[in-house]
Write a protein that binds this ligand. Sequence first.
Ligand code: NAP
Length: 254
Amino acid sequence: MTPLKIDGCVALVTGANRGIGEALVQALLQGGARKVYATARQPALLEPLVAQDPRVVPLALDVSRPEQAQAAAQQASDVTLLINNAGIAHYGVTLLDDAAPANLQEELDVNLFGILHMFRAFWRVIVRNQGAIANVLSGAALQHNAMLGTYSCTKAAALSMTIGMRTLLRERDILVSSVIVGGVDTRLAKDVPSFALKTPPSVVATAILAGIEQGEEDIDTDPGALATRARVARNPKKAERHHDIRLRGLPALD
Ligand SMILES: NC(=O)c1ccc[n+]([C@@H]2O[C@H](COP(=O)([O-])OP(=O)(O)OC[C@H]3O[C@@H](n4cnc5c(N)ncnc54)[C@H](OP(=O)(O)O)[C@@H]3O)[C@@H](O)[C@H]2O)c1
């Protein structure tokens, strides 16, 4: 697929108020983006980014709301690079915990439906502008982590959805990248002990933009992502058992 140059691009980043999203905005500005739509549920949180650079355009956007995704596409019809970054995770919840169904629903609304709403709202914009799309996923998409039980399911589904988007847009030569992220030093990962190494979000953001510039469909951003990819490729059945050690055992049978 045709790569996209960051220099001169018009990007939109979801969940841009902190973590990897904020780092992506910084990296895009540094890379010469012409404009960056920084989007967040609470746009007031974007003020530091807006104050930093006139190329930052704040937009209110809750990705779980399809009408907000459609409104963003109306306002941001010049976008050439859509980065679906927003995500949530409930750590320490296995599929057997009472909270699992509600947590799964919440995570699906953002991690899966969010990407779908954005794709449906923006695909014409991206095709017209000969742009690109990147979906920020997780090593949990490749290898289920039982302590991130519901989250892993949403990211695996989002990987399948990303492949579906890529298939649809291939005939228009549009790059759709799946971004595999390992452990990153953000609020989302603060309780996750299995991430021995937490990569700074700036490193991950730089890797994402480099992958897009190189036209990569599968972008592994950090050592954790690379290790997961290699483990699954080497021995998928062994990789399945990688996180067993952290399990607490089954609840009582009675
Ligand atoms: N950190 C890691 O180790 C790690 C590992 C693998 C994958 N990832 C992925 O990387 C992405 C970014 O996560 P992060 O680590 O930067 O986490 P983070 O610091 O918790 O940031 C998550 C961002 O998503 C936003 N968000 C949540 N729900 C939203 C919604 N409904 N609509 C719009 N924005 C919403 C949050 O906004 P609010 O401030 O409004 O909540 C926040 O800006 C996620 O997709 C995550 O799954 C992270």
